[in-house]
Design a protein around this ligand. Structure first.
Ligand SMILES: O=C(O)CCC(=O)C(=O)O
Length: 297
């Protein structure tokens, strides 16, 4: 669906100006959009998973651990695919208040794609190098977007997510390194050419929400504060966007589920070429492990 068609549908929660801002600049931020009730429920489950992580000594499909993670001092980078793990995460990701935001920006027929909870632990939680998302999971068009929920107050010290406004209309970057291996981030030359002085750092009180288009350049620095920076991310797409390549999320529960409206009768193709990611069925660790060049097992 083209932006004009999406904008012609009555919005659920966003103003027309906010929707136009998203299409023009590629991102949106909404302060305190999610209420305390939801935050309490999400925290109760998250804390349970943090506790479960104590028994883990290496990363797996659910727990992405920092190299110095221990039982006494858990250091989780990410909880992967929370929506497939627990009914509370499932309800939030498939039927919660952020789904209205997705509908307002991808149109009335909405598909769920995947979810993750980037914990960015206190005292050194790792950076996310600048990248775009769509190269990880190409679709037939560029409607996919990611909605992030800050589960706690986030300020500049904590490594908030940064976006480069308007970059969703620019080039789709090569995320392979010079040696031909997938890095999942821009190479040093492309990175050096980015006008990072124009970056907008999306922070805000707990319950604030970030939205970025799948072509938006984004990244975040390490968390050197003594507070964690949990960002719960969900990706949605218009139902008319079909997955093009072996997906990082193949086989993940609820992926490709229509959560609003109907399955598309017509597939929408955007002719702009997209980078072809590696064959993820041969193994995927996480964006953190890849970017930090940790050996895959
Ligand atoms: O957690 C962040 O700051 C950025 C998240 C991100 O870009 C990703 O997980 O792909």
């Amino acid at each position: 669906m083209k932006p004009e068609q999406i904008l012609s549908h009555e919005p659920k929660v966003l103003s027309q100006e906010q929707r136009e801002f998203y299409f023009e600049h590629g991102y949106l931020q909404l302060e305190s959009f999610v209420g305390q009730d939801w935050l309490d429920r999400l925290w109760a489950v998250t804390n349970r998973y943090v506790d479960d992580s104590r028994a883990k000594t290496k990363s797996d499909k659910v727990f992405d651990l920092e190299p110095n993670h221990t039982a006494e001092n858990p250091r989780l980078r990410r909880i992967s695919q929370p929506v497939g793990l627990d009914p509370v995460f499932e309800e939030f990701g498939l039927r919660g208040p952020i789904v209205d935001l997705a509908e307002d920006l991808v149109g009335p027929d909405v598909k769920y794609h995947h979810s993750k909870l980037n914990m960015k632990w206190a005292d050194g939680g790792e950076e996310v190098k600048w990248h775009q998302d769509i190269q990880f999971w190409p679709h037939t068009n560029y409607s996919p977007l990611t909605i992030g929920l800050y589960m706690d107050d986030v300020d500049d010290e904590m490594g908030p997510m940064g976006v480069l406004p308007g970059s969703h209309k620019g080039p789709i970057y090569d995320l392979y390194g010079d040696d031909g291996n997938w890095v999942g981030a821009l190479n040093d030359r492309d990175h050096a050419a980015l006008p990072l002085e124009d970056a907008v750092w999306l922070k805000g009180p707990k319950g604030s929400v970030t939205i970025h288009n799948c072509r938006m350049l984004h990244g975040s620095v390490a968390n050197n504060s003594n507070r964690g920076r949990p960002l719960l991310l969900h990706t949605y797409a218009s139902a008319d966007a079909l997955i093009m390549a072996d997906s990082v999320v193949s086989g993940v529960r609820h992926t490709e589920q229509i959560i609003r409206g109907e399955r598309a009768k017509w597939i929408h193709f955007d002719p702009e070429p997209c980078l072809n990611p590696p064959d993820w069925s041969k193994g995927y660790t996480s964006i953190f492990a890849l970017q930090q060049e940790e050996a895959a097992e």
